[in-house]
Design a protein around this ligand. Structure first.
Ligand SMILES: [Fe+2]
Ligand SMILES: [Fe+2]
Length: 296
């Protein structure tokens, strides 16, 4: 049905291909309160995997093979000193927007438009301004791609490292090639963690969420920081995995992460935001929470 997957460290046509695939895995429910029949869910999941494009499959293979505990530590050391420069929020949005690809312009929006469509959908529902702001900035961590990081270390579903990989993680079988999968230190019951340890003590796979959380952590209210840090953690916010690592506080905060996911995943439309018209509103909420420039 599809061409062979390209043999490259960047198999996706563009970063959006991952998000489009997420929408195929988690289609927008007609009624979000609908209960899902578990048998049907399993069957849908099998169909989803069988019908996944080779490029996306290869992307997950690379991600699951290389996101080891040591790899994550090395990336944290490399990026979390935030010594790459100072940029304002709007400036960072424009910087990210350089991430252009030659894919079909009918299905792919410039990055800045995904950010603004997400934030505008939140704003229309009269939610708090920090919630709108979380929508505006949530994917700015994708600037890692402009610093030559491979796609599998920027996007993709995130998951804890240092403990067994949940069977609910998409393409779980690809973890067989990950050296941590045979390391007894990580694969005993909870790996290096203890029950109820709380997610702030759990190391997550590396990507745009974790990086951006560290850029933003001094500036935004906690629910916005949870949205930023865990918005790609589908194993927890969609599948309910890793509950044994969560604290009660995490469970409370994940209500916000789940509330956010709906805007992230289901607001892509062809309606282009009128950027000059809405920019003054965004500049005003940016100025309320951020200094003119922050460290990246
Ligand atoms: Fe994202
Ligand atoms: Fe997003």
């Amino acid at each position: 049905m599809f061409d062979e997957a390209p043999a490259s460290s960047n198999p996706l046509r563009d970063l959006d291909e991952w998000e489009q695939d997420l929408k195929r895995r988690y289609p927008e429910p007609a009624n979000s309160f609908q209960a899902t029949d578990p048998d049907k869910k399993q069957e849908e999941f099998r169909n989803y995997q069988a019908e996944t494009r080779p490029s996306v499959r290869e992307f997950y293979r690379l991600n699951h093979t290389h996101q080891t505990f040591d790899f994550v530590q090395a990336k944290r050391d490399q990026f979390l000193s935030l010594s790459r420069g100072q940029m304002g929020i709007w400036e960072a949005m424009e910087y990210l927007n350089q991430l252009v690809d030659d894919s079909d312009p009918d299905t792919n929006l410039p990055q800045i438009e995904h950010l603004l469509q997400t934030s505008e959908a939140i704003r229309r529902e009269n939610l708090p301004d920090w919630f709108v702001l979380a929508g505006l900035i949530h994917d700015l961590g994708k600037i890692l791609c402009l610093w030559n990081e491979p796609q599998w270390a920027v996007v993709g579903d995130t998951f804890p490292v240092g403990c067994p990989y949940s069977s609910t993680i998409v393409f779980h079988e690809f973890f067989e090639a990950n050296p941590d999968a045979t390391n007894p230190r990580f694969q005993s019951l909870l790996g290096i963690y203890e029950k109820g340890i709380g997610l702030q003590n759990v190391i997550m796979s590396w990507g745009h969420d974790e990086y951006l959380y560290h850029v933003m952590k001094n500036y935004l209210p906690e629910p916005a920081l949870y949205m930023i840090r865990y918005h790609s953690c589908y194993p927890i916010h969609r599948e309910g995995a890793y509950d044994e690592l969560l604290s009660d506080h995490d469970r409370e905060m994940f209500q916000w992460v789940r509330a956010f996911n709906k805007y992230d995943l289901y607001t892509k439309s062809h309606e282009r935001p009128d950027i000059p018209q809405i920019r003054p509103y965004y500049e005003s909420i940016i100025a309320k929470y951020f200094p003119a420039k922050i460290a990246w």
